[in-house]
Write a protein that binds this ligand. Structure first.
Ligand code: NAD
Length: 256
């Protein structure tokens, strides 16, 4: 059980982050939800998780595109035992037309945020002699596709960051790993469909079957609960010697 452990999950008011928060809470962890919106729904979501799983659940606003807010999130939470760097955005465009501000935002939110939160969280983990850092990379952290230059650069980057943090914490009761999901049907994926339809000149069904799940041999989306379950496993005693590596949850994508 993870009872008595506090988990911060960045970008966790929807999609995979919310699925991870729910599974960690189900395993007994107190959870800190995060996004940049600070709406009534965000706080209600924390209340719902607290009630459902009998844990403490808080919502803390922080914009993961800003390094000082990333560090402040960890401070406001009072540190954490489990840090899940999940916040991420996507943008699809050929590199010549890729807007510079989109490149900068993707590198900041998908990669640099994890640098800042990890730096802020590690001293507390070292003091306790226990910690788990789970970075949500992607199959695109291990392989590439056209038109996603910033996302793929950031995801390869977070895999490298996970390895480096693993080496800097080895033997200290702390592990750092990256989960590499294939396609999980979430708002982020839903939002890519129109851009993919345009880039490939295909209708919705064809782009899902031929383009999106073309790389996923199972032809099935992974679920947010499955990603959450993998994060819970990485927090378990069985995973204490798993560090500096990646776990793919991709229906066979990276086997091809
Ligand atoms: P999503 O859009 O449903 O969720 C993204 C979350 O990040 C939201 O809660 C949003 O509020 C938050 N967020 C965005 N910008 C933020 C900011 N500046 N500050 C704080 N929070 C911010 O997307 P998702 O599909 O659940 O993606 C979550 C992670 O999983 C991302 O890192 C994504 O790259 C990764 N991933 C997703 C898939 C997939 O198929 N959905 C596959 C592989 C990896």
């Amino acid at each position: 059980s993870l009872s008595g452990k506090t988990a911060i999950i960045t970008g966790s008011t929807s999609g995979i982050g919310l699925g991870i928060a729910e599974e960690l809470a189900r395993a007994g962890a107190d959870v800190v939800l995060n996004s940049f919106t600070d709406s009534d729904e965000d706080h209600a979501l924390a209340e719902k998780i607290a009630k459902e799983h009998g844990v403490t659940a808080r919502y803390i606003k922080a914009d993961m595109s800003k390094g000082d807010e990333c560090r402040a999130l960890v401070e406001k939470a009072g540190g954490c035992d489990i840090l899940v760097n999940n916040a991420g955005i996507q943008f699809v465009s050929p590199i010549e037309e890729f807007p510079v501000e989109k490149w900068n935002a993707i590198i900041a939110i998908n990669l640099s945020s994890a640098f800042h939160t990890t730096a802020a969280a590690l001293p507390g983990m070292r003091a306790k002699g226990w910690g788990r850092i789970v970075n949500i990379a992607s199959a695109h952290g291990l392989t590439a596709s056209p038109f996603k230059s910033a996302y793929i650069a950031a995801k390869h980057g977070i895999v490298g960051l996970s390895k480096t943090v693993a080496l800097e914490t080895a033997g200290q009761g702390i592990t750092a790993n990256a989960i590499c999901p294939g396609y999980v049907l979430t708002p982020l994926v839903e939002a890519q469909i129109p851009d993919q339809m345009k880039a490939h000149n295909m209708d919705r069904e064809t782009v899902i079957r031929e383009v999106m799940l073309d790389r996923q041999p199972s032809r099935q989306f992974a679920t947010t609960g499955q990603i959450g379950g993998t994060a819970v496993f990485l927090c378990s005693e069985a995973a204490a010697q798993i560090t500096g590596t990646t776990i793919s949850v991709d229906g066979g994508w990276t086997a091809m």
